[in-house]
Design a protein around this ligand. Structure first.
Ligand SMILES: [Fe+2]
Length: 379
């Protein structure tokens, strides 16, 4: 077994842990000036923006607010944030929000210390140290970005990724109190993103015994707590927050594969939320895996303690469960229900094929023809 893992220096998990932010900032000696990166509405409307500013001030930190991050952050937004961070000479970057705000914070941390454009650091480029330290405070239960080495940015119909251990946050805060404000839809979508991270990680070439521990617990918890979490139960939402962190650790050790590669276009072209876009392909990937990667699928069944004696049995249990959860949360179960025109299927396949990093890191990558079958079945 081989693996390489950069983990946060500190993870604060639990209800009310946001209050420990000042102590953690002092302990980690991150410096006296920070840029707080967040979205345009939620932080201000919920009162969290004021709260964060006063917590940081109590740790002796001057705060510059950058509340300009849109869903699926654009390159321009991140470059502007990087310029401000550099001009203001901040010592560290705080991202407060879902994946978009945390990923924008990561991009800003890179640009604050590196010349050039954000695109210069997209995979496969390497990001050399130093990068400003990143504090990630998660407000959704899906992305896992608070613990990962990834940041995803939008450009036209493309998603681009920075993949570097340099952008793993030094401090991650997961306080489920903030999840009280999540809508049912966002809870369901983000949970499906976490499910997808865990499942894809298992079929990634770099999956290892260490990442599989996270995969097992993450998938079990999502399947068990999804319904109550969607209904607003805060204890269940806390379980999903934990599960999404675990799934983030799993992909930080391995990565996402073809499901993410296929989903990106749906988000960019049709505005389908990221987690939902993954859900729309994951069942067909599971079917594909049962047929083409049967041993691995059987071992996934064992890992999850599913009552199945064949790979098809494993896939049936997982797919039925995903359909049941989708129906419960009112999510579309196929591309047609999601409003995607049939005429788009060939473009979806081409776009999926173009995300080579995702495609090739599957332990048995689908051929072009097999990918076409996956997409057709997803319709
Ligand atoms: Fe994702």
């Amino acid at each position: 077994m081989f693996f390489s893992a950069r983990l946060p220096r500190k993870i604060l998990f639990g209800r009310g842990r946001l209050e420990s932010l000042p102590d953690a900032l002092k302990e980690l000696e991150l410096g006296g000036k920070a840029i707080l990166v967040t979205g345009r509405r939620f932080a201000r409307k919920s009162g969290y923006l004021d709260k964060l500013c006063s917590l940081m001030k109590s740790a002796g930190v001057d705060v510059i607010i950058y509340d300009k991050v849109e869903p699926n952050p654009s390159i321009e937004t991140v470059e502007m944030g990087g310029k401000i961070a550099r001009e203001q000479g901040v010592n560290f970057v705080v991202g407060f929000g879902g994946g978009s705000a945390m990923d924008a914070a990561k991009g800003i941390a890179v640009l604050a210390t590196h010349d050039g454009k954000l695109e210069d650091y997209f995979y496969p480029a390497e990001v050399k140290p130093p990068v400003l330290p990143i504090v990630a405070i998660a407000t959704t239960c899906g992305t896992g970005s608070e613990v990962t080495k990834y940041a995803v940015f939008s450009k036209g119909i493309r998603k681009n990724v920075i993949a570097s251990e340099q952008i793993v946050p030094v401090l991650s805060v997961l306080d489920a109190e903030v999840l009280r404000y999540l809508s049912k839809d966002i809870t369901a979508h983000t949970a499906m993103d976490a499910f997808s991270h865990a499942l894809e990680s298992y079929y990634h070439v770099n999956s290892c015994e260490f990442s599989e521990i996270f995969v097992r617990d993450s998938i079990k918890m999502i399947l068990e707590h999804f319904k109550n979490a969607v209904d607003g139960d805060i204890d269940s939402r806390e379980k999903l927050l934990y599960a999404s962190m675990l799934a983030g650790l799993a992909i930080s050790l391995s990565g996402t594969i073809v499901v993410h590669g296929l989903g990106y276009y749906l988000t960019q072209k049709f505005g389908i939320p990221h987690g939902l876009a993954n859900l729309l392909f994951i069942k067909q990937f599971i079917e594909y895996a049962a047929e083409k990667i049967p041993e691995r699928t059987m071992s996934l069944g064992k890992l999850l303690e599913l009552d199945a004696s064949t790979p098809e049995g494993v896939s049936k249990i997982l797919i039925n469960k995903l359909n049941e959860l989708s129906r419960y949360a009112g999510l579309p179960i196929n591309l047609r229900e999601a409003g995607i025109p049939e005429s788009e299927l060939s473009t979806i396949v081409d776009q999926g094929l173009s995300y080579k990093r995702n495609l090739d890191s599957c332990i048995r990558p689908p051929t072009a023809h097999e990918l076409e079958e996956i997409v057709k079945k997803a319709f």
